[in-house]
Ligand binder design. Structure first.
Ligand code: TYD
Ligand code: MG
Length: 458
């Protein structure tokens, strides 16, 4: 009997080695090597061709770029505007999209919702994670509007391709890529070689049949999509579904897109009956500061391409212990330390014996540096225990010398604040050429933190 040959594959980065290693020399991860059986090459390709039905492969010829016909791509425009937005206008035929996210964040809900709401399309929803009854229960919650949605609970890639050939869907959804097994590969589901093999077969299917495929991908502890990095190279679009479990908001971000911009953002709210698209997030993210509490500021930020007004809260209180606490939720804590140091050194506020807490409401994580000014003003407001007047918002990055630095797309930020009925906005003086008469709100240009302080609290 022929002896099996094996190899060890790093489950983190996909590097192979003939012997086991404790630490991967390539990605430096510990304990990631798993033994896999090496397939004889010819069997594997024959099997996979049989599976996809692509054995009569056309031989490609080089073409002059000018002679290639440019075709107007007909995207499938979904009823989900947020999804259309992050995909760059809809699902491109023959494309392959990967959606990654934490367990329980709502990936299956999002895609099942798409499958049962997309009228006029035949959809094959393949689930390797849930039974048909479980899927039906979920579908009932999100309201079924499409009679052409077929559910297949299967993990064997060969069987899936068989069904795809008979069903001939207009869209195929796979939940999830980590549960698929190709019989061409010995190893268990979820290993690097299985993921790579299944993804490349699905990619070939999508390109040959022009049917778009959407894959769900699990993520690892550190937030990357599980499986080899090559998975992200193979697909056309990578979307990331994120949010806090305890908050209802979910953000769908584009990480890679061959057919559109990567700076798009979709916002959803998880409700009893599925995910609801949030078209005007700012109104939801700002609570009414009717009681005039100190420590609350509103920052005009840009997430992706969308202007968002976000509430920042700060609490500065006397520290009972020797080492004061610094804590930030939704905001980089290193940046918070920097802002505190700027306030100490440049403006003379003493935070050395104070506990400082900063919180971005709504469970959002903000990376836009323009939120700095709002965080600073919340800190000062809490420090002085003077509320920031209602109807005030801020935008501006704060530099190490206490200067307020210019931000991008200032007009868009001012316009959003104006639209939401704010009375005044503090913006960096270095953002030149602002036509303040265009807006009903008052635009106040500031050079540094001392000017802001004098304006608000003096
Ligand atoms: P799910 O889509 O199963 O997540 P994933 O596929 O990313 O693991 O997420 C389901 C979660 O969403 C679950 O915790 C329950 C909640 N949920 C609602 O709140 N409302 C709903 O209508 C549905 C279908 C789910
Ligand atoms: Mg799921």
């Amino acid at each position: 009997m022929a002896k099996f040959r094996t190899r060890y594959v790093c489950q983190n980065c996909g590097v192979e080695s003939p012997k086991w290693m404790g630490r991967c020399p390539s990605c430096e991860a510990w304990n990631t090597y798993i033994e896999e059986v090496i397939e004889p090459e010819h069997e594997k390709t024959a099997e996979s061709r049989r599976a996809t039905g692509t054995s009569d492969h056309k031989v490609a010829q080089p073409l002059r770029i000018k002679t290639i016909e440019s075709v107007e791509e007909q995207r499938i425009v979904t009823p989900d505007h947020e999804l259309n937005r992050v995909l760059g206008g809809g699902i491109v035929p023959g494309s392959i999209t990967l959606i990654g996210g934490e367990p329980g964040i709502g990936k299956s809900t999002l895609l099942l919702q798409l499958a049962v709401h997309l009228v006029g399309c035949k959809i094959l929803y393949v689930s390797g994670e849930e039974s048909a009854q479980q899927i039906k229960m979920r579908a009932d919650r999100v309201d079924i509007q499409n009679d052409n949605c077929l559910i297949l609970t299967e993990t064997n890639l060969f069987q899936i391709f068989k069904q795809l050939k008979t069903v001939k869907p207009d869209l195929c959804i796979i939940d999830s890529i980590q549960t698929l097994v190709s019989s061409a590969i010995e190893s268990t589901a979820g290993t690097v070689s299985q993921i790579r093999e299944c993804a490349s077969e699905l990619q070939r299917y999508a390109k040959d049949s022009n049917v778009p495929v959407i894959l769900v991908g699990h993520i690892t502890k550190d937030g990357n999509i599980a499986g080899p990095k090559i998975l992200e190279h193979m697909v056309d679009t990578v979307l990331q579904f994120e949010g806090e479990h305890h908050h209802a908001y979910r953000l769908l971000r584009t990480k890679k897109n061959r057919f559109g911009s990567t700076s798009e953002l979709g916002i959803y709210e998880m409700q009893q009956n599925g995910l609801r698209q949030v078209s005007n997030p700012s109104e939801l993210l700002i609570s009414e500061n009717a009681d005039n509490l100190s420590g609350i500021g509103i920052g005009a930020t840009i997430e992706g391409m969308r202007p968002l007004l976000i509430e920042t809260q700060a609490l500065v209180s006397h520290s009972a212990y020797g080492t004061p606490q610094r804590s930030a939720t939704g905001f980089d804590s290193k940046r918070l330390n920097m802002l505190l140091a700027v306030l100490e050194k440049r403006c003379g506020f003493k935070f050395g014996d104070k506990d400082v807490f900063v919180n971005i409401t709504g469970g959002l994580k903000v990376e836009d540096p323009a939120i700095d000014l709002s965080v600073i003003c919340s800190l000062l407001s809490s420090f002085e225990d003077i509320a920031i007047p209602v109807g005030t918002c801020f935008t501006g990055e704060v530099g190490l010398s206490g200067e307020v630095r210019s931000v991008n797309r200032i007009e868009q930020r001012i316009m959003e604040a104006d639209k939401l009925g704010f009375k005044r906005i503090f913006i960096p003086a270095s953002n030149k050429g602002i036509d303040a008469d265009k807006y009903t709100l008052k635009v106040i240009q500031v050079n540094n933190l001392n000017e802001v302080y004098d304006n608000l609290f003096a």
